[in-house]
Design a protein around this ligand. Structure first.
Ligand code: ZN
Length: 89
């Protein structure tokens, strides 16, 4: 049984095969990452480096810019989507 702190999703699990043939689990801490655009994958401007475990504790202003699709899309993708929506009406 693993220790209590490894039961949360704070640590990344990787499965490794030992030279003896056993399969063991290695736990490593997750890297801090910038929020990314869900369309193109570029890092969002105005977002800070966020460790996954601390995301909920940051202020709203640190998670993205305050415009439409601010915390989820980059400026270029938001512009494209708004253009296509406006033209389809
Ligand atoms: Zn984008």
């Amino acid at each position: 049984m693993v220790g209590g702190k490894y039961k949360s999703r704070k640590y990344r699990k990787t499965y490794r095969k030992t030279p003896g043939g056993r399969c063991v689990v290695h736990y490593s801490s997750r890297k801090a990452e910038r929020a990314k655009c869900f369309k193109c994958g570029r890092a969002l401007q105005g977002s800070k480096l966020i460790a996954t475990s601390h995301e909920g504790f940051l202020p709203k202003t640190a998670k993205g810019v305050s415009r439409i699709f601010g915390g989820s899309l980059c400026g270029i993708c938001a512009k494209e989507i708004l253009k296509t929506k406006a033209r389809s009406i």
